[in-house]
Design a protein around this ligand. Sequence first.
Ligand code: TRP
Length: 333
Amino acid sequence: MRILSGIQPTGDLHLGNYFGAVANWAGLQEVHDCYFCVVDLHAMTMPYNPEVLRQATMSMVFDLFACGVDPEKAVVFIQSLVPEHTELAWILNCLCPFGDLERMTQFKDKREQVNDKDVETYVSTGLFTYPVLQAADILVYRAEGVPVGKDQQQHLELCREIARRFNTRLGALFPEPQPLWSEAPKIMSLADPTKKMSKSLGPKHYISIYDEPKTIRKKVMSAVTDSGEGGVSPGVENLLLLLRVSGAADTADTMLEGHSRGQLRYSDLKAAVAEALIGLTTRFRERRDALRAAGGDIDERIRASTSKARKVARETLARARDLAGLPPRLRED
Ligand code: TRP
């Protein structure tokens, strides 16, 4: 099956992002024809700093490689380097009713979070039409499957709708992509387990994919565990989840059993979590170091991957342009 997914360039990856999407990608590339892109154009839909964006985009590609997304197995590329995405997005914009975009909850939420005086800065047409560009990302590869979290359900449905509309109005071209719900475990902050793990909360709250063993032990050992109430507190729940997703599900079960008998020492749980995470992240640091040692190779890999992506995207665009009544391209660049 051909699969496409995208990730925003957020700066250094933490384990929340890793388990949320990237871990899944590394598995999918073993079985499917995968296209994974860093969506720098989507990152422009909120106010941003150009230098920070450029940096974050390159480091996201690098981090994906370090996490085991393998450019030999999947096509890993940068969205803006394949201009066919935006070209198709225009055609799709012209097929997408304004009202459908007005109903997107992600847009409505963002719109509502902004007070009236900031609307001009924060609520751009790009933000409004974000889901159409996302549909183009998918359809330009005629992808059949899209691994995403449930938060993207409405965007996926819109994409299917747009594909159907193109096919009926202009001619059959696009498969209707199926969502592949990634069972994205929601990793919470270590210092405040009622909030989602995020960099913006501060360094105590998250674990970076490159954190050293010493740092990981320190952060995990000082994780908040009790809420003062009975049962499994959010902090303990989060630690058990971290154990499960890092491949120590059996240990998690044993610990949970111990907990229900009132025999679990939180220090044992934390030690087990720290060791599991260190085992996992050691591979990331090793790959990072190998990639750094290989030097200029990264640009070369991105170039090779991008040209594979472009080849497919160009073919789709040639057919889409034709069906949409646009003249054929004069010359391939
Ligand atoms: N909107 C997605 C997110 O925020 C990112 C994204 C952009 C994406 N284009 C995509 C995901 C295409 C899947 C397919 O997570």
